[in-house]
Every structure is written in C-alpha cells, then in structure tokens.
Design a protein around this ligand. Structure first.
Ligand SMILES: NC(=O)C1=CN([C@@H]2O[C@H](COP(=O)(O)OP(=O)(O)OC[C@H]3O[C@@H](n4cnc5c(N)ncnc54)[C@H](O)[C@@H]3O)[C@@H](O)[C@H]2O)C=CC1
Ligand SMILES: O=C(O)CCC(=O)C(=O)O
Length: 428
C-alpha cells in the first residue's frame, strides 16, 4: 500500500539501480528500464445501484515489452496509486524474464473497494476499464490477469467486453478466466503452489525436511491459501496466519500452536480473504496483533498480502529461528528490511521469482487459449513445477557463484535478459 513515507515505485527503482550499478549497465538501457515504456490513466463512470453516477480512476502501465506482449494483473484496491501500478508493472518485467517466458511486464488497477460494490457495479468497472483500454491491450500486445481483489468472474466480464468491441472471439486477450470459459486448470493454485515449489528446493539445498518445519503466513487470499495447501501436503505446519479485518480496518494474526486447519479457516473467511475473528476465537485460535505473524518462532516466513509489510521496524523482530523467507506478495520487503534479513542470515526467495507461478500458468493459459486445446491439470502443474524449479536453480546457482543476495541474483538474470532483448531489437 502506498503512503507518504513509502513509495513502491521508488523502491522498485532503488532495487533496479543497485543491480544496474553492479552490472555497469549503459546509461541508455538504464534510462529505458527504470521507467515504464507506456502508461494510461483514465476515468470509468459507473451508474451505481442507488441511481447516482460515480467516477473511478483506472490505470494500465506497460513497463517493457521487448521480450513479448506486456503481461500482468489488474488490482482493485482503495489505496491503488499510479506509482503502485508502475512498481508492479516493473516487477512483472523481471518476473517474466526470470522464468524465461516470452512476455513483458504490465500491470493495471482501479481505485475502488469491492467490499462496498455490488456485482453489477463491479461488472461496470470491468467493462469500463476495457472500453478505455480496448485499443491498447490484446493477445498480441498486452494481456491482463487477476490480482488483489479481482478474480475469474472479473476476467470474464472484461473478456466479454473486449470481444464485443472487437467483434470476434479472443480468448487469449486475458488470463485467469473461469475453467470451461477459456481458463486453465491449475491457474487458481498456481501462484501459491509456485511459492512452495521454490521453497521445497531451498529446503532441499539446506538439507531440511519440510515435515520438520513450521511457518507463519501473512495474507489469506488466493496466494496464501494455496501456498498453505501445498506446504501442508508436504508435511509442513503453519502455526500463524494474518489477514485484513474490513470492519476494524486493521489486520490480525490467527495462531494455533498445533497448526492451523486450512479448511476450517477457509470456512470462516470472506471472498476477499478476511478471516472472521469472532468465529476464529470460537474455534480456539489466539487472535493477536496484525504484526504478530512476523515475530513467530518458525522456520519459514511467507509474506503473501501486500507490499511494504516487512520493514526496518518489524524485520528486527524476526526470530533467530527463521531460516527462509519466501515472498508470495509483490514488493513486501523494503530495502531497509533487506539489510536486516541479510544480516540475520535468512535465505530469501524474492517476490518476482517466488510468485512467478501465477504468470507462468497464465502463459500456459494463453498458449492453450490460442490453440483452443486445454491440458489436464497434472500436465499444467508439472510444467509449472519444471519452470519454477529451473528458475530457482538458475538464481540460487548464480547467488552462490557470485556470492550475491538472492534478490540481487534474480535481478542480474532478469535485467540481463531484458537488456539483451532491447539491444537485439535495436532500441539501445
Ligand atoms: N493472485 C495472483 O496470482 C498473484 C498475486 N500476487 C501478489 O500476491 C499478493 C496477494 O495477492 P492475492 O492473494 O491474489 O490477493 P487476495 O486479494 O486474494 O488476498 C489478499 C490477502 O491479504 C490480506 N491482507 C491485505 N492487507 C493486509 C494487511 N495489511 N495485513 C495482513 N493481511 C492483509 C487480505 O485479508 C487477504 O487475505 C499481492 O501482493 C499480489 O500482487 C503475485 C503474483 C500472482
Ligand atoms: O497472471 C498474470 O498474468 C499476472 C499475475 C500478476 O499480476 C503477478 O504476478 O503479480
């Protein structure tokens, strides 16, 4: 979430600058990559259910498309800003590059709070977003997907509007569609499962058995729930989960020392990933402060909510027991916290590597949509595992070889790939 003190785009640029210096990147490439290629900001008027008209602000940023069409989700959030979208678009460029899929980086958003919008109002926002962007997005130039507080239904409304405008079927325009309507099996699970595929590899390298580990997770939405699902299947135990409480406008941590029960928690969670604290108490969960998730004596931390959640002020509270932090969210960790994590000797699996499972599966969805032939779920997930594992191996090998922090190693691989594509095209 952006605030006066925290600007995600400045953070994304600072991360980039650090590695651009390390690589001695030439000034033209640096200038090209530290800002988006293209940006769109627009208004979406919506007839509200009460008869009034409300105007919502929408965004799309195409950070770089040298390696292929821009790709990235559309977020609905009351605190969305142009700079948040710029940062997220830039991280998408590095994400697609690190897993080596032929796509660039983009991201979109609308300043709105779906908690207070009916389905009809949300449908109009989706259709209005597409009406504003229809000429500048599409299977060949920019392919959206879901992100925070958007889902398969939103994608289908957007697809329908796009196809109505263009007068033909374009299932490759958008990903994260419902299964049976051009969606890929496994896309819902993909981001969370991808987080655990790379965690599994890191544990292997450390000679640690998953079933001997515990974890604490921030967030209980799409990414977090499927990360918990697969981690639990591998034998790991999640002892704490944090989520946002819409009523109290703050977050809480839900703790159970003998392990949270995923299905039980799902049953008391709303569609935005908010856990009902009264029901959680009744089920025997301790309800702690929002920040408590980070202070737990666990082996693994999984921030999977939003950006700016692991900062200097709370990173110092991370227990000495923690061995790995795997970032499910985009941009959860500030540069100040990165220093603390390094000093503590925690092995970090950075966001644009760890959460690349979503976009990798979206790429598979695009391929399937364009062929109009759909794979079995096992095939999707096994291809996803292969991609995530090889991306992890490449980053961790480089980190070891050059003695780099994992975030920097991931940046080295991505920046080199994108810079090379810009060079090959004759842009720089
Ligand atoms: N959905 C996807 O496929 C992908 C999502 N991501 C990133 O992962 C993160 C989570 O995304 P989703 O799970 O899709 O979103 P979501 O909307 O499904 O869930 C978000 C979760 O975070 C919680 N949350 C929000 N603010 C919080 C706070 N201050 N403290 C504690 N919990 C808080 C909410 O209660 C909810 O449980 C975001 O950074 C997103 O950009 C990254 C790659 C792909
Ligand atoms: O699935 C996609 O295309 C993009 C997902 C996304 O927005 C992200 O990885 O942050």
């Amino acid at each position: 979430m952006a605030s006066k003190e925290f600007n995600p785009f400045e953070m994304a640029q600072a991360q980039f600058d650090k590695v651009a210096d390390l690589l001695n990147l030439d000034s033209a490439t640096r200038e090209l990559l530290r800002d988006p290629l293209r940006e769109y900001a627009f208004s979406i008027p919506v007839k509200m259910d009460d008869g009034t008209t409300k105007v919502f602000r929408g965004f799309r940023v195409q950070h770089n498309d040298a390696r292929g069409p821009a790709k990235g989700g559309i977020r609905f959030h009351p605190h969305e800003t142009a700079d948040t979208v710029r940062a997220l678009a830039m991280w998408m460029t590095w994400k697609c590059a690190v897993v080596n899929i032929p796509l660039g980086g983009g991201k979109g958003g609308v300043i709105c709070d779906p908690h207070h919008l009916s389905a009809k109002e949300q449908e109009q926002i989706c259709r209005g977003w597409v009406r504003q962007m229809a000429k500048n997005v599409g299977p060949l130039n920019d392919v959206p997907a879901p992100d925070v507080m958007t889902n398969a239904q939103h994608m289908l409304w957007m697809l329908d509007e796009y196809e109505t405008i263009h007068g033909a079927k374009y299932p490759g325009f958008i990903t994260g569609k419902p299964v049976g309507m051009g969606g890929s099996l496994g896309r819902t699970e993909a981001t969370g499962y991808g987080v655990i595929f790379v965690l599994r590899e890191a544990l292997k390298d450390m000679n640690i058995k998953p079933e001997e580990t515990t974890a604490s997770v921030q967030g209980f939405g799409n990414v977090a729930q499927y990360a918990i699902e697969l981690y639990t299947q591998l034998g790991g135990k999640v002892i704490a989960v944090a989520s946002w409480d819409q009523q109290d406008q703050c977050s809480y941590t839900f703790k159970k020392n003998d392990g949270v029960n995923l299905n039980q928690l799902r049953n008391i969670t709303d569609k935005f990933g908010g856990i009902d604290k009264t029901k959680a108490k009744e089920l025997g969960y301790e309800v702690l402060s929002g920040d408590a998730w980070i202070e737990q004596e666990v082996d693994i931390l999984i921030p999977a909510a939003l950006e700016n959640q692991v900062r200097g002020d709370n990173a110092v509270k991370i227990s000495n027991k923690v061995k790995i932090m795997v970032e499910g969210a985009n941009g959860p960790t500030t540069p100040e916290a990165d220093k603390i994590i390094q000093e503590k000797g925690i092995f970090l699996i950075p966001d644009f590597l760890a959460n690349a499972g979503g976009v990798t599966c979206s790429y598979f969805e695009q391929v399937q949509s364009n062929m109009n032939y759909y794979w079995e779920k096992d095939e999707v997930l096994s291809k996803l595992d292969t991609k995530m594992t090889s991306a992890f191996r490449a980053v961790s090998d480089l980190a070891k070889k050059k003695n780099l922090y994992m975030r920097d190693a991931a940046y080295v691989i991505s920046i080199n790939r994108v810079a090379q594509a810009c060079k090959d095209r004759g842009w720089v």
